[in-house]
Design a protein around this ligand. Structure first.
Ligand code: FES
Length: 165
């Protein structure tokens, strides 16, 4: 039988998430490279790393908050803001930029009503830009999660986004 899977994450309370985070910290505490491991795991559990969560980690790992925040801000894969279900990356490498990459960003900002780096109100999409994604011959390019879209026409963006709704 084909049963539809639905995500239950929304139903996990803040308290339960903090409990899980505490378990992770206990497991890694005192081990080499524990901070990075903990941050990866906590981002998986909580979705992102806001300041109050960084404070919690610092307290439980007996580290200064500045050390935790320093690592979070150094690695781009850590996020201090909520992330959407899907990440859109628009290429702004030279080939894509000159062939309309900027127009794609502007149009997506309009359609999604967000700025670059932000997430839509319904938590569906996070909009980001990146440098060359290796599709220069078919610029302008963008990706949604792992899928790359080439020769993107700004007028077709709604159709592309609809694939994810
Ligand atoms: S510059 Fe965009 S894919 Fe290379």
């Amino acid at each position: 039988m084909n049963q539809e899977m639905t995500c239950q994450c929304e139903e996990v309370s803040e308290e339960e998430k903090l409990g899980l985070i505490e378990e992770v910290i206990e497991e890694y505490k005192g081990k080499e490279g524990s901070l990075i491991q903990v941050l990866h795991m906590v981002q998986g559990i909580y979705g992102y790393l806001p300041v109050h969560i960084q404070q919690f980690i610092a307290l439980k790992l007996d580290k200064p908050l500045s050390e935790v925040s320093g690592v979070v801000s150094f690695y781009s894969l850590f996020s201090t803001k909520p992330r959407g279900k899907h990440t859109i990356n628009v290429c702004l490498g030279t080939a894509c930029y000159v062939r309309g990459g900027k127009k794609i960003v502007d149009r997506l900002k309009e359609i999604l009503d967000v700025n670059v780096g932000d997430t839509t109100g319904d938590n569906m999409f996070t909009l980001e830009v990146m440098r060359c994604m290796g599709a220069c011959g078919l610029a302008p390019a963008m990706s949604i999660d792992d899928k790359v879209f080439k020769q993107v026409n700004p007028d077709k963006l709604t159709e592309i986004l609809d694939l994810y709704n």
